[in-house]
Write a new protein. Structure first.
Length: 73
């Protein structure tokens, strides 16, 4: 089982949104509101960070990481 880590591409967003929305909806991890819109989440995750990465296994995105300031503002 090999996991590849690479820079995220715009085409990765649907898979990233599936992961991010599930995490954010719990309301206990990120400074995003649990009901954040997809557009706001996209800007936060891939629009502003210095670098966004994905972990890919067998052609499927199984994780993501973004390097950016820890808190907004």
């Amino acid at each position: 089982m090999t996991v590849t880590v690479r820079l995220a591409a715009d085409a990765d967003w649907p898979a990233l949104w599936e992961i991010i929305s599930a995490v954010v909806r719990t309301g206990d991890t990120y400074t995003l509101a649990p009901d954040v819109s997809e557009a706001e989440a996209r800007e936060f995750w891939i629009g502003v960070p210095l670098e966004t990465y994905v972990a890919e296994q067998d052609g499927a995105i199984v994780g993501t990481y973004a390097l950016r300031p820890n808190q907004r503002g």
